[in-house]
Design a protein around this ligand. Structure first.
Ligand code: PMP
Length: 387
């Protein structure tokens, strides 16, 4: 019933092969290859040619706090946020980073080194993005200390709460939970606050907001992220971190990101060309297929996402997160169960939760997604378990 039949809905035309595929499918990492087809159709529109003599200096604009930020990228970032309406860019410093991963670490460094009392506690509400644990612990800094779940955090003293909205791994919209304003700082990670994943319900306007090129368009390989920062001292400290860590950010990557972001902005209101229209339809159809399998059995759970009015699309839309937070109704290690089916996922324990949950990337290539749906449908406890 499900399984191979579902594969027929795939955009790709190698369904027979997919039904037979026996490869291991890696849906542990959130490698955003799902959108490649859109960019292939753009042909040479987004091709970037860089002459051998160009972009040789470390510097971009020595008058800017972020002296390695290419002015054209700054303009492109502001124009895109303006067109989508998802974040305020006025009266803010833009700090570019080698992915928002580097910026998150720069922000931890900046906020904690400006704190009078150290180490500063780092928290995030469960289930959290597992990489935060590594980012906050692996250098064993004396500036900050990972303290785990924000909901149970009760230590006195300064803290930084990492708030991801929509959340990785479970796709829910989030607000800070600690709320001790006098000694707390918040880093808002808006990697997925774009209309193909969720409704744009407000223009975010926080002190420190992180965005990543990786999860907007799928160009994770360019390694470009940016921070919108209100306080100049925080921005300067972040730039200091980036200077020591990598003496700025690749100009080639910034140039490519500029071209692609400008194309996004230019076409975002043209239905047939808009990346966001395409991305929204793509994610929606993947979620419909996943829900069909989950709802046709009684083995798995998924969060419920309320529909909301999206200011960008001008209509009420459904939520289609970049990850599925899949639960198992029985007390079992779901990651191991899926691994037996040659599907690799991220165990809930990595996100501060139970192993009966896993995070599954919804951003894989079509072929891998099809195989995942097919294998999920064959898990024995599922009621409609016909091959
Ligand atoms: N924040 C969140 C919530 C993410 O999911 C990711 C990517 N998995 C990042 C930050 C980092 O993205 P990048 O370093 O590719 O910009």
């Amino acid at each position: 019933m499900v399984g191979c039949e579902n594969s027929k809905k795939s955009d790709s035309d190698s369904n027979k092969e997919k039904c037979l595929s026996d490869d291991v499918i890696n849906l542990d990492q959130g490698d955003p290859t799902a959108f490649q087809e859109y960019w292939m159709k753009k042909k040479d529109k987004c091709t970037v040619v860089i002459p051998g003599w160009d972009l040789m200096s470390y510097f971009s604009d020595t008058t800017n706090v972020c002296w390695f930020l290419e002015p054209e990228l700054e303009k492109a970032i502001k124009a895109l946020h303006g067109a989508i309406g998802n974040a305020a860019t006025e009266e803010r410093y833009i700090v570019v980073g080698t992915g928002s991963s580097q910026l998150c670490q720069a922000a931890l460094f900046a906020l904690s080194s400006l704190s009078e009392v150290k180490p500063v506690s780092i928290v995030a509400a469960v289930p959290y993005y597992s990489t935060y644990v590594e980012e906050a612990s692996y250098v064993q800094s004396s500036l900050y200390k990972w303290e785990g779940d924000a909901r149970t955090f009760d230590k006195n003293g300064p803290y930084i709460e990492l708030v991801t909205s929509p959340n990785n791994p479970d796709g829910t919209m989030r607000e800070p939970v600690v709320n001790r304003r006098e000694d707390g700082k918040v880093i808002h990670d808006f990697a997925y606050y774009w209309p193909h994943y969720t409704s744009i319900t407000r223009r975010q306007d926080h002190d420190l907001m992180l965005f990543t090129f990786s999860k907007i368009t799928g160009h994770a390989g360019s390694r470009i992220g940016w921070a919108l920062v209100k306080d100049v001292e925080v921005a300067k400290k972040m730039v200091q971190y980036l200077t020591i860590n990598s003496i700025g950010v690749s100009k080639e990557s910034q140039t490519r990101a500029t071209t692609i972001l400008n194309e996004l902005t230019k076409t975002c209101r043209t239905q047939s060309e808009s990346f966001f229209e395409y991305g929204y339809e793509k994610m929606k159809s993947r979620w419909e297929r996943l829900l069909e399998v989950v709802e046709s059995g009684d083995a798995f759970t998924l969060p419920n996402y309320p529909q909301a009015f999206c200011n960008f699309f001008g209509k009420t839309i459904s939520t289609s997160p970049a990850f599925a937070w899949l639960g198992y109704k029985e007390e079992r290690d779901l990651g191991s169960l899926l691994k037996e089916k040659k599907v690799l996922t991220r165990g809930g324990d990595r996100c501060g939760c139970d192993k009966k949950y896993v995070r599954v990337s919804m951003l894989s290539r079509d072929d891998d997604f099809d195989v995942f749906i097919q294998r999920l449908a064959t898990i024995k406890d599922l009621k409609c378990n016909q091959p």
